[in-house]
Design a protein around this ligand. Sequence first.
Ligand SMILES: *Cc1c(COP(=O)(O)O)cnc(C)c1O
Length: 388
Amino acid sequence: MIPYGRQHITQADIDAVKAVLDSDFLTQGPKIPEFEERVAAYCGARHGVAVNSATSALHIACLALGLGPGDVLWTTPITFVASANCALYCGARVDFVDIDPRTYNLCPQKLEDKLKIARRDGALPKVVVPVHLCGQPCDMRAIHALAREYGFRVIEDASHAIGARYHGEPVGNGRYSDITVFSFHPVKIITTGEGGMAVTNDAALAEEMALLRSHGITRDPSRMTHAADGPWYYQQVALGFNYRMTDIQAALGVSQMDRLDAYVAGRGALATRYDALLSDLPVVVPWQHPDGMSARHLYVIRLKLEALARTHAQVFDALKDQGIGVNLHYIPVHTQPYYQRMGFSPGMFPESEAYYREAITLPLFPTMTEEQRDLVVAALTRALDARR
Ligand SMILES: *Cc1c(COP(=O)(O)O)cnc(C)c1O
């Protein structure tokens, strides 16, 4: 089976991890700040807060921005459930904005239309979470302009997009948002096994997130409510969590950062080749907005079902039967049973639902060989051809 995504681990990665295992600190040691500084410097952000997953990063990012009961967070239906669940963890509500049919990212025009209605109804969102789907940056200039006009905060879910660029600058530099979140799950661009990071230019937000990552406990006298009882003293000043990353993971992350640009370039070359090889097939290849450079985390095609005698599921199955590890990113979040119980129903976000009826993620990972790529193309050609 050719998987849809796969990590790449080198001897340098293994050596870096082993060095931590031989050291004094498996967690809360020096590799965490090193990884944070490395990622923040790469992105051009001032601060990084490493955590055990992007889900945790989204949660503490929401809390740091003050999201709570009575508030609303808006995101896109075409994302992993974590982009929406983070609001529910905070006791806030979720709503969605439909996608742009070309990029599959949250549509700024639909966002503006929905904001106008929300302002009239006194129901503006506190936080909006644009997701850089497949690694392609959202229209952040438009979203940022709306954030100023309507007074909401922005968390970029860049789980797919470390290494991507927007108007020539790295995603994560915070020019158009408050906080950006990355995931280091093994299928993502770089990995720490499990792991995530929030980057920001705001020192107070970074400090708050660092506090929430570790039980809300501080040893910083300036954050304490009264003078320390003694040199052993710490204070819990908020209800935090144990969302810490280990030094073992951070060492892997630092080592993987050495190859980030090479990974993104390799993914880009593979995607461009796919575009050419699939051009005669009844599929829509991923359109790339000229303002951005995608990290190419996922290669999603849409089937031209009107030109096919097979259903979406039949094509998907035919690919699986030929050993191609296809996937579907994503089932629209608002159609999940948990969200339907909150009042969402199919039909609410038509572009997202149309995308879902046609999308298939083909395998794409930096170590994919030309032979594997050609196998995918041949298998897809067979899977689409029902008339023969
Ligand atoms: C993977 C992913 C997450 C969650 O990442 P974890 O590190 O697994 O918690 C969140 N949002 C999106 C868009 C993702 O793809």
